[in-house]
Design a binder for this molecule. Structure first.
Ligand code: SAM
Length: 206
């Protein structure tokens, strides 16, 4: 939790309380349904919560923004972002029902009324959103194909509407096959911990 305070010092008491509750909730639910690797539960704040919040260092979602989290698994990056941006609306989807049930339990326990969790494949979604966020679901090129029709055209942020995708490692090959403009933000520029040295946010405006 100190890590979250270190990089997000202006949290309200309610936000701090919600981030604080996440450890116990994930310990409880992850023991029943494996939504994050068991060893990662010890590094929940760094590898899952702060990593998810890397997107917030790239863009602050304004009040009323609608955001889709595709392949949310146990709720990453959607749940931490929904705590940080309580006035934005988050739709968290995954194709696996038991993961979505865990996400719903956690969102309910945290009283996150800006989160809707749904079991659905990304390719089947009809709605549009200002932004799509995601982590560790598939390669960028097929991912863009899944969601490119789900991005709305109205733009009221400093960045044009599009995808903010958390990725690690060398992206040169993946980005070279992408037939689309993109920009890469290094998370090492925001967070000094070793874990973030190779982590990036790939932004694809659409
Ligand atoms: C490796 S997990 C990552 C989960 C989470 N984003 C995280 O970073 O902790 C990938 C998730 O994507 C989901 N997924 C894969 N293809 C999908 C699709 N076409 N539509 C919706 N969810 C999908 C899987 O069910 C799985 O939960």
């Amino acid at each position: 939790m100190e890590l979250i305070n270190k990089y997000f010092p202006d949290l309200t008491a309610d936000q701090r309380d919600k981030f604080g509750q996440m450890e116990e909730l994930y310990q409880f639910w992850n023991a029943r349904v494996n939504v994050i690797s068991r060893q990662d539960i010890d590094t929940l704040y760094e590898r899952h919560i702060l990593h998810s919040l890397g997107i917030a260092k790239v863009l602050e979602f304004k009040s009323g923004t609608s955001i889709l989290d595709v392949g949310t698994g146990g709720g990453f990056p959607g749940i931490p972002l929904a705590i940080l941006f309580p006035k934005a609306q988050f739709h968290l989807v995954d194709s696996i029902g038991k993961k979505i049930r865990v996400v719903q339990e956690i969102a309910d326990a945290l009283k996150l009324n800006n989160v809707k969790a749904e079991q659905i494949r990304a390719e089947k979604l009809d709605d549009t959103y200002e932004f799509v966020v995601s982590r560790a679901v598939t390669r960028i090129t097929p991912f863009v194909g899944w969601v490119k029709n789900n991005i709305s055209k109205n733009s009221f942020h400093s960045l044009r509407n599009g995808i903010l995708y958390l990725k690690g490692g060398d992206l040169a090959e993946e980005l070279s096959e992408l037939n689309q403009k993109s920009r890469v933000y290094e998370l090492s520029g925001f967070f000094e911990e070793e874990f973030f040295q190779t982590k990036k946010v790939v932004y694809v405006p659409l």
